[in-house]
Design a protein around this ligand. Structure first.
Ligand code: ADP
Length: 306
């Protein structure tokens, strides 16, 4: 097969591993910088241009679209879809997952366990908003934050009010969440491909840190997940309509709760922690799906809901 990997940086671990896995399985693979793709969207024959060349003959496209280029990146991916190329994660599913509020609303509607969460932009009654999620301690998040930046634990009602007011001053969208203290500063990353959790790792925040992000000094280790956690992760992926994703779960007293569904999950942490060839599994899945959907891709309905 001819496979395109949409990635801004061919040197990234995840990109390198995907390229390696494609080559190992005898595919022709090209890494394309999504921001350098340009296209004519009014043509009857949709095409994509890259550095003066028309891209042709691709069977599958593996998007690795960073959060900061979601808008343009998903537009390029959509163009591939219109050309009949099989996308490993559809553009609409990526858009759905990247919008944290939309994602949480969809997960809630399907009855998937979530931390009690409120969201706001400029609440007049901050006290009531905090009460809504069960009072302090509460976690307050900037909607646009990544890698744990803009995620604050407010231990008291007063602290929660001040943080919310400070964020409001920034005119940011915020999320106020029940603090899952019993998670003990750890979360579980379930790596889902198709309808299976193929690998799972526990990330433990460093001493005194409630955020488990590896970027913040958290450590990853292999973990056995429960059947309930497994089914929660698979259902969450399905609601988002994502073929490949990382579902982040906290172990709460009321069962597994989903924090986030990541449409471009990194491979380094999970492959290192579990010793599994996740890149190889991704490519094998893409082969299977690209073959199954061949010829009827234009008509394939959008997966996921809402
Ligand atoms: P980001 O997307 O920036 O990583 P997250 O929402 O995933 O932000 O939060 C970062 C980390 O903080 C999580 O991995 C988790 O360990 C911890 N955390 C987030 N929300 C909660 C919560 N409601 N209760 C307990 N811990 C939380």
């Amino acid at each position: 097969m001819k496979i395109a990997v949409l990635s801004r940086n061919p040197k990234l671990y995840s990109t390198r591993r995907l390229v390696e896995a494609c080559e190992q399985r005898g595919h022709q693979v090209r890494v394309l910088d999504v921001l350098r793709c340009y296209m004519n969207i009014t043509s009857h024959r949709p095409s994509i241009h890259y550095k003066g060349e028309v891209l042709e003959g691709f069977d599958a496209v593996i998007p690795r679209i960073g959060a900061s280029v979601t808008f343009y990146g998903t537009a390029v991916l959509r163009q591939f879809e219109m050309m009949g190329v099989y996308p490993l994660n559809e553009s609409v599913a990526i858009t759905r997952a990247r919008d944290k509020l939309r994602a949480l609303q969809l997960l809630a509607r399907e009855g998937i366990g979530l931390p009690v969460t409120g969201f706001a932009h400029k609440p007049d009654d901050v006290e009531d908003l905090i009460k809504e999620v069960g009072g302090a301690p509460a976690v307050i998040k900037l909607l646009e934050g990544t890698q744990g930046i803009g995620v604050v634990l407010a231990e008291t009602q007063k602290a929660a009010e001040s943080v919310i007011e400070a964020f409001m001053g920034l005119k940011a969208n915020i999320l106020v969440q029940e603090f899952i203290a019993e998670a003990g500063g750890a979360d579980i990353r379930c790596f889902v491909i198709g309808e299976k959790v193929v690998a799972a790792m526990k990330r433990q925040g460093k001493e005194g840190e409630f955020r488990s992000n590896l970027h913040r000094g958290g450590e990853a280790s292999i973990i056995r997940i429960t059947p309930e956690e497994r089914s929660t992760a698979v259902r969450a992926a399905k609601v988002m309509g994502l073929d490949v994703c990382g579902v982040d779960i906290l172990r709460s007293n009321h069962g597994p709760v989903v924090m986030e569904v990541n449409s471009s999950p990194g491979l380094e942490g999970i492959e290192t922690a579990t010793g599994k060839d996740v890149a190889g599994m991704i490519v094998r899945y893409a082969e299977k799906r690209a073959t199954e959907t061949e010829g009827r891709r234009h008509r394939a309905p959008t997966r996921g809901r809402g």
